[in-house]
Design a binder for this molecule. Structure first.
Ligand SMILES: Cc1cc2nc3c(=O)[nH]c(=O)nc-3n(C[C@H](O)[C@H](O)[C@H](O)COP(=O)(O)O)c2cc1C
Length: 215
């Protein structure tokens, strides 16, 4: 079995990314792009991003998480600190985030270091989640092997009874990470594979340096 995908080919022609039209601060460029993609393109989950970590086994691993907040300092997502990614980040906080927004023909790649956000901020977000998601976070020993689905559902049911009418506390092992960027690359698809790539890198004075990369 197999498939030859040689004819899967798309021409990118919707937009351009030119130095003259963008801010010299990449967080502002990110904000502009995110807002444009969210409002003008029918992207189903604009805030879905891939995070790659270097695992304890030495291999990189990528998976999708949801961006829940960004500020001038960095990008926040929530997860289980004891998950495979959580343990990987604790051992090596250097990570890569990437967004692919196909309808806008855009990609953003962020390299940075991840750190746990303060517990009270995680509490605030946990409280805002629907009860079902809160219970799910309690049930899930994320990334561990489970015997079967029934075990998970049984545990969920027991917790539903335990916390009936009560506030559900945030488990200590569940919370946010902020990825503080050291480089952010913006990719805009263009015709004839002459795509626009603009990369911002933090220099030693913590100023952002903008460079155009060859496609
Ligand atoms: C669209 C989408 C959104 C997701 N959002 C999250 C998230 O915000 N946090 C999270 O821990 N996992 C999220 N996941 C699940 C992760 O991709 C992954 O399966 C999980 O975090 C376990 O990864 P790990 O074993 O590498 O730690 C999401 C998956 C998808 C497809």
């Amino acid at each position: 079995m197999g498939a030859d995908l040689g004819n899967y080919r798309k021409s990118y022609e919707k937009q351009a990314l030119l130095e003259a039209n963008i801010s010299d601060n990449p967080m502002e460029v990110f904000q502009k792009w995110f807002h444009e993609v969210d409002s003008n393109f029918d992207e189903p989950e604009t805030n879905a991003m891939t995070i790659s970590t270097i695992g304890l086994d030495g291999f990189p691993k990528s998976r999708v998480v949801l961006l829940k907040k960004y500020t001038h300092e960095g990008f926040i997502f929530f997860t289980n600190y004891k998950s495979e990614k959580g343990k990987a980040i604790m051992a090596n906080p250097k990570v890569c985030l990437s967004f692919f927004w196909p309808k806008a023909e855009r990609q953003v790649i962020i390299k940075g270091t991840a750190e746990k956000i303060p517990p009270n901020i995680s509490d605030g977000y946990f409280e805002s989640r629907p009860r079902g998601s809160q219970l799910g976070a309690l049930v899930s020993h994320q990334s561990e092997v489970v015997k079967n689905r029934e075990e998970l559902e049984k545990e969920l049911h027991q917790l539903e009874l335990k916390f009936e009418g009560k506030e559900i506390p945030r488990p200590e092992h569940w919370g946010g990470f902020m990825v503080k960027p050291i480089s952010i690359e913006f990719w805009q698809g263009r015709p004839n594979r002459l795509h626009d790539r603009i990369r911002f890198t933090l220099n030693e004075e913590f100023d952002w340096v903008m460079e155009r990369l060859s496609p």
